[in-house]
Design a binder for this molecule. Sequence first.
Ligand code: SAM
Length: 261
Amino acid sequence: MAEKVFANCHSPPSLRKDLFLKQSLLFPRESLMYYNKNMDGRDMDNGASDYQRMRDAMVDNQLIPRGIKDPRVLDAMRRVPRHLFMPEPVRYSAYDDIALPIGEGQTISQPYMVAIMTELLELKGEETILEIGTGSGYQAAILGELAREVYTIERLPHLAAEAVSRLAELGYDNVTVITGDGTKGLEERAPFDRILITAAAPEIPEILVRQLKENGIIVAPVGERYSQVLIKGRKSGGVLVEEFSTPCVFVPLIGEYGWRS
Ligand code: SAM
């Protein structure tokens, strides 16, 4: 059993962010504009952006020490601009060791959670993946970096629309966002090599196991509404054989084969 992970834990902001925070209290709009303009741009020193340094620090300090090893996953986490997947007011925390609010009571998962779920999928590059719970679209972008094709379903239309425009702007043309109840899967594109559920399910819906290829992998947080274990199951002989689990906390999967509300 791996280390206990709380997706909503908090970590102290950096000194630099503290300065921005203090400044924002006095001049909220101006300092946010300054922060975004300068933190998005390039620095004088060798062209490396501040956000790139934050991403590298996230990988080096949060992911590698906790045992994430797959070099493709680590590279993707260094590349994808996580800060562009969240509302501007929380961007300064984009690379902190926490889940963050993205609106409508939903969250973008903690970087470590994204990394471990991705690593558990054992992606080689040729897979077709179904993700349930698009949220910000960040996890879908990571999957888009590592697999051939990604279908991702979000039940809240506003979040789905935002994810569509972000993913398009960043050029993820192998990721398709669908608005709807992901607990039913996506029959018309099945079977999938991998299925990832990024919201807490009371159990893995049988309909999703049917939409998974033989030897395919499904990863999902399963359990109670406010505490779950991360399950990795491989389909063998038509049934799902559980291989891995670690404690976690996700927002609920709401739908016909999930929680009812
Ligand atoms: N993967 C996301 C990201 O990278 O930002 C984070 C996912 S967030 C923890 C869980 C998401 O699942 C929420 O956006 C929520 O609206 C969505 N969700 C919950 N039930 C769903 C369902 N039945 N079908 C599709 N999406 C669902």
